[in-house]
Design a protein around this ligand. Sequence first.
Ligand code: SF4
Ligand code: SF4
Ligand code: FES
Length: 326
Amino acid sequence: MGAKFFVSRYNSEVDAKAHLQEFTVVVPKGATLLDCLNIIKWEQDGTFSFRMSCRSAICGSCAVRVNGHARLACKTQAADVIVDGEVTIEPLGNLPVIRDLIVDLEPFWESLERVKPWLVPDETKKFDRERLQSHHDQLKIDAASTCIMCGSCYSDCNVLNVDKMFLGPASLAKAQRFVFDTRDSEKEARLDFLSQVNGMWDCTHCAECSTRCPTEAKPLERIIELRQEAVNSGFTNNNGARHVLGFRESIGGFKGKGGGGMLNENYLPLRSVGLSLGGMLSLLPVGIRMIMRGKNPPMIPHIIDKIGEVRKMFRRFDEYRKEGEK
Ligand code: SF4
Ligand code: SF4
Ligand code: FES
């Protein structure tokens, strides 16, 4: 099968911006995308540059954007991504490009370092040999431990696209791995740090990271686990946690407060910013704009007809969750 490969070419020393170059490749049966990149490099243009090492989806170095989405080139069958005889291959997003498909991973490593991706054991505890972990406890960190640091999630994260200070999906998945590690002594400090601005609550749940992740690390799922752990551990004095709790109170009630079965859009913003003058003042401009355009929600919150059913659902969910925690 012959296919047109449009690959990104860029040399930071001479080019003002990247451009796509077309190569025609006769794709061998069963070839991976990485095989095809090698055909281009070895048979057509030796200056074409990209990273690879293991060719077995282990080292994480061959991640590139294929038709606009991050993938491991060595784990992708070329036939699966060639559409109408064409495929476009570009470097990972959210990272500066050095040359062709090679990106500068420094921002990725820097964000990782911020979550202290190493075990901090309690040195006051003495062990005869090693710090053992039960199978049950190991399972809590199993998924995050499969991350191969490929950067695919970082590349396609929508929040990082607009805010480079966001910790990002891979770092948050790595943080989950240490927060849930029973041998680590810094769980509280970690949750405190992750609850701050640019941390776990800045994720918008777009799920792009989990969709692109080639392993079981699935960052969004790890972020959800971190958030649950933070709320259960009392780290609720921040906009993100207050927003989630306020959402729940508004819909179904919480700790004796009765929700109305619908989102109360007057309550939620105030609940999210908490009892701070600065926070409330920050809501004023948008509030005024809404009133001027007649978009402000009704002052008396609406209660849906079958509110009893909704509250019952929430009660049953709480019982179910408590069962799961036993
Ligand atoms: S789910 Fe969150 S962390 Fe993952 S890509 Fe979307 S915004 Fe980024
Ligand atoms: S979480 Fe998944 S996509 Fe992100 S770096 Fe790790 S393996 Fe790659
Ligand atoms: S070459 Fe190692 S993951 Fe693809």
